[in-house]
Design a protein around this ligand. Structure first.
Ligand code: SF4
Ligand code: SF4
Length: 179
């Protein structure tokens, strides 16, 4: 399989620099409002703060994938003497909690790196984090080229035309037994 170059976007989070100002939540929700910047509501943000000032806990967390069931095994982190709750580092939009969901509809929210129109040089949350707790990096990596489903379908069709459907089915069955 051939290799292609892929741009990898990374937001680095330095929790020691976060003061819990929540500017990132405001900026994210305003950028994704419809129309853009017409409102802001941190409940609609794709970055959320775990914020416990009395324990000096300020932890920015980005919205990741949707999961339809909450997990049964959980982790508990203690870092620099501070104990974090079981779900604090989790990025999932999950039934066990309210964050990373559109508050009115419950539709899961996921960070899109602000790739929406107009294209941003840096994600909005990074631009508005004046304490540099969030910094942005880009790099290029070589990855295997993705096989597009249309290419697979065209390939299968031409094999069926050439060898006949039964022969293709027999070959696939034989190959799957070998694995
Ligand atoms: S990168 Fe963009 S979409 Fe993701 S949390 Fe930051 S502002 Fe929101
Ligand atoms: S804008 Fe930066 S300092 Fe403020 S809460 Fe977000 S990550 Fe923390």
């Amino acid at each position: 399989m051939s290799k292609v170059k892929k741009k990898v976007k990374v937001i680095k989070i330095d929790v020691d620099k976060c003061n819990g100002c929540r500017a990132c939540e405001v900026a994210c929700s305003a950028f994704h409002a419809n129309p853009k910047y017409s409102s802001n509501n941190p409940a609609r943000s794709r970055i959320r703060l775990v914020r416990e000032p009395l324990r000096d806990v300020y932890l920015p967390v980005y919205a990741g994938e949707f999961t339809k069931a909450e997990c049964s095994g959980r982790d508990k982190y203690v870092i620099d003497g501070k104990e974090y709750s079981e779900c604090d580092f989790c990025r999932a939009s999950c039934p066990s909690r309210d964050i990373f969901k559109e508050p009115d509809s419950g539709i899961p929210l996921k960070c899109d790196m602000c790739e929406d129109d107009p294209p941003q040089e840096k994600p909005l949350c990074v631009q508005w984090c004046l304490n540099d707790a969030l910094t942005y990096e880009e790099r290029e990596e070589e990855v295997e080229e993705e096989v597009k489903m249309e290419d697979v379908e065209v390939g299968l069709e031409s094999m069926v035309n050439k060898f006949g459907m039964q022969k293709v089915i027999d070959t696939v069955a034989r190959m799957s037994k070998k694995e």
